[in-house]
Design a protein around this ligand. Structure first.
Ligand code: ADP
Ligand code: MG
Length: 246
């Protein structure tokens, strides 16, 4: 694996994500994802590309602990999340991971402010204090939503809705941000803006970013690109084997 600037990737001591001998299959499905070894360095900005159905979303779900492997280990930030129960994985995810999806998944009956604050309202593990209130204002300012905080989502454009979803992922200051085609419904200009906001905010908080995208014009913004299709050709079934470390 090489980085965009041509450097050969090398090991560092503390990867943010580490998959070892991971095997995953959905029930009643032919699809199988095998990842002998895969690492993503802390603070890396990695784009994940590959054809539809190649397992990009599944890879993110495994990294997020939304699904667990049939065998093998998944470590995130040094914690072996594949050993945790589903409830423990959810708690780990709330505290450490920010998720952004293609569909914005906003609650229409909540204002922009309350949509951004949603992680704090639904998770007792997170404390809503005045520091968080200040951060909402700061994040909203950074992503250009300051004037919309008291509006409801139905009055927002697609780009603004995705900014709300992005703000919601950033508000807990996660160490890892997983974004699954977050620009899939956006025009090219808005897509570039959203990716810039995502990567700039992540750089400020030293977060690691994995972003699935079909838009190759966005790849130059990332330090590394993982092409799932290249990796799958080595096996009859879907497999991945890569190291993504500078
Ligand atoms: P991608 O994100 O690259 O399009 P996915 O990870 O969503 O791919 O899906 C990989 C494969 O797993 C596909 O063949 C898809 O149909 C299958 N798949 C995804 N989700 C499920 C599920 N919940 N149950 C069974 N099969 C699934
Ligand atoms: Mg997908």
């Amino acid at each position: 694996m090489t980085t965009n600037n041509g450097q050969r990737t090398t090991n560092v001591q503390r990867p943010m994500i580490e998959f070892t001998d991971v095997r995953f299959a959905y029930p009643h499905s032919e699809f199988e994802l095998c990842v002998p070894q895969w690492r993503v360095a802390a603070e890396e900005h990695l784009a994940v590309i590959g054809p539809s159905g190649s397992g990009k979303t599944t890879l993110l779900y495994l990294a997020a602990g939304i699904v667990g492997p049939l065998s093998g280990t998944v470590r995130v930030g040094g914690s072996e999340i594949s050993r945790l129960t589903e409830a423990e994985r959810r708690s780990f995810r709330i505290r450490n991971i920010g998720l952004v999806f293609q569909e914005f998944e906003l609650l229409e009956y909540l204002t922009v402010r309350d949509n951004i604050l949603l992680p704090y309202r639904i998770n007792p593990a997170l404390r809503l204090d005045c520091d968080v209130g200040r951060r909402v204002a700061a994040v909203a300012e950074a992503v250009g939503l300051a004037a919309t905080l008291d509006r409801y989502p139905q009055r927002l454009s697609h780009g603004e809705r995705q900014r709300v979803a992005l703000s919601r992922a950033l508000i807990t200051r996660p160490r890892l941000i997983l974004a699954d085609e977050p620009t899939g419904n956006l025009d090219p200009g808005t897509s570039r803006t959203i990716v810039s906001l995502l990567l700039d905010q992540a750089a400020q908080t030293k977060a690691t970013v994995l972003m699935v995208t079909h838009d190759h014009s966005l790849l130059e913004r990332f330090g590394c690109v993982l092409d799932l299709e290249q990796l799958v050709q080595r096996r009859v079934r879907t497999s991945a084997n890569a190291t993504h470390l500078r």
